[in-house]
Each structure stands twice: as structure tokens, then as C-alpha cells.
Write a protein that binds this ligand. Sequence first.
Ligand SMILES: *Cc1c(COP(=O)(O)O)cnc(C)c1O
Length: 386
Amino acid sequence: MYDEEGRRFTDLFCGAGALNYGHNHPRLRQALLDYISGNGITHSLDMYTEAKRDFILDFQSTILEPRQLVYRQMFCGPTGTNAVEAAMKLARKVTGRPRIAAFTNGFHGMSLGALAATGSRSKRSAAGIPLSNVDRYPFDGFLGKDVDTIEYIQKLIENPSSGFDIPAAFLLETIQAEGGINIASSQWLNKLTKLAQKHGILVIIDDIQMGCGRTGKFFSFEEANLYPDIVCLSKSLSGYGLPMSLVLIKPEWDQWNPGEHNGTFRGHNLAFVTARAILKEWQDTKAVQRIQENGRLLHDWLTNLPELGRGRLKTRGRGLVAGIEFASGAQAQRVVQSAFEQQVVVETCGPQSQVVKLLPAINAQAQELGHALAVISRAIARECQA
Ligand SMILES: *Cc1c(COP(=O)(O)O)cnc(C)c1O
């Protein structure tokens, strides 16, 4: 990014994960310009267009089929929270159960249903009304490394006097982004899925921030080999920062009546154009290789940091997401500020904003990424010496 004076900034925040492929990707910009100058239709409500068809078919053949995932594609309103609302509503409809099981430190959006499932107290209290029909379960690691929260969750579900009703769905991120880069282990995710299957509970993966390549694979749940009932995508789905979201639904759960969950901006043709164009990246083995190499670069850098911090920080990450946890939010904020002064943009996350979150462009040039990481290393070293 450049400011008004032409100073160059390297963005490791990337629109909170809406710009996994960087700002203004030239190939996407060209696809968009071609579509607009060719007078391609801009608005079409939820009706079929060439741009929509081309995206649906290419998403099917490039992303779903190679992973042996069979899903219906549902386009809802263009933001992430719209996708979460649709997923929650559908899970309630098909199971006939009102409650959704969400997790400590989860983040799902700001509209009332998704907000009820969001952990942050300050965000929830802004609702001004009681938020209802969500139960909170402990995420992997919430009670410390040595406590298997699945055991506790299983007790709550299976003991008929636990005070908890069987939920319609488990709604979760596999790596909690806003919640502080908390990573659920593959083992935990698989146990949760098994428990869900046993009780007819749907599994909804909110892959809005961690999907679209962020973890090194297209979906964050590929690592654990999951086949969730419903998947929510948004943020980087259009590749270009245009609003777009998609709910993937196992065919047996696609029980919507026609028009039952409608909306004016359900799938935006300009976003379909760029979302289709970016799929080329996932067909190109060189491009996929670069994503993996960048992931290794970030991982190597991250694992060397605790030495730099001399026990004063903890690090977590996978693929192209990294979190560096400090003792306080003030410390993390000083690192963010100091990086900004050196023209590198990062943000904080976590319940006390104590985690510096790195979300570099997944297709970054290694040299550029290395330079930005060196700036952050220096900011951390200064903070930890202070
Ligand atoms: C950003 C985000 C949302 C909400 O998306 P909006 O477009 O801001 O409504 C939901 N879930 C997760 C995991 C997110 O990161």
C-alpha cells in the first residue's frame, strides 16, 4: 500500500484476511476491467448469469472435486455474517433444534444470530438485547494443554441432567482468528465430529478468515481431513476484496424452500468474475508451491522468535497465519506501532488484544515477506529488551 506521500507499506494484515492474494491483483483487475468494458451484467439479483455459472462450475471442478467434497453452493448476502446466519438458520431448520453450540473465543460476525455465537463480551453487549439460543462450549486448549475439552463437551451432551440441550450444530473455526490464533488439533476436531455424528448434530465450519488458502490449503479443515456438513466462506473468496460469501451445504441438508432465505445482493457478478479468476491460482502447481514455501518461511521465522523474546512470548501458527502472544495488550500494541513506523502493517487479536496477528499475502514474493518479517523481528527485540 502507498500513502498520500507515496510511502510504501507492506501489509501483513490484508484486510483481516479479505486480501489473501494481496491488493489489486493485476490478473483479477484485468478480468474485472474486461468484464465491465464488455458490458457484462452487473446486478442480477439471485438469477443465473454467465459470470455466476462460470464461477460455480470452476469452483466445483477446481476446489470441490479434487478434494472429493460434494456440496451445494448457496449464495447469500455478501458478508461473512450473512453466511453464518444462513448456516445457523439451516441447521435449526433441518434438525428442528433451536440451540447452536458455539465455542469460547469464537468469532462469527455482528448480526444478532452470529453475534450470539461470538465470544467477545464487548461485542455481544453492544446488541442491547439478550442474545439467545447459543450455548458456549470450551474450545480445544481453553482449559490448558492437559485438559481434553471434548470429554467435558461429551458429558454435557450425553448427561440428560447437564442442563444443556442437544444442539442443532457445532459452529466453529478450526483456527480461531479474532480469538487469538487458537488452533484446534486434528484429533480434537475429529473427536468433535464423531460426537456430532452420534447425536445428529451438524458441524458448521466457519472458514471465513482461515479458508481460501490462509492455512496453506484451500480449506483450513483439510489438515484434519474433515467433511463438514456446512462450510461458510467469505473474506478472500472473491480474491480481490469484493464482498462475496458462499455457504457450502451437504446435499442432504439442502432443505430450503425456494426463496426461503433470500436477499437482494446474493452473489455479485463482479465478485463472481474475480472469484473465478483467482481459482487459476489453485490449478497452477507453481502457485500452490509458492504458497507452501511462504508457509515454511513464516513457520521457520516464527519458531525462532521465542529465543528472541527470551521466554516472554508464545507463538502459534500454521501455513500463512501466525500469532505472537505477549504478556499484555499494551506490549502487543507497541510492537504493532513500531512495525507501522517501519512501514509494515499488522494487527492484534485475542481477548486482551495481546496477540500480534500476521496474515501476509499467501502469494507474496519471498523477499518482500522476509523483509517485513525482519522489521517485525526488530520491533519484538526492542519490546523484549525494554
Ligand atoms: C470476519 C469474520 C466473520 C464476519 O464476516 P463479516 O464480513 O465481517 O460479516 C465471521 N467469521 C469469521 C471467522 C470472521 O473472521
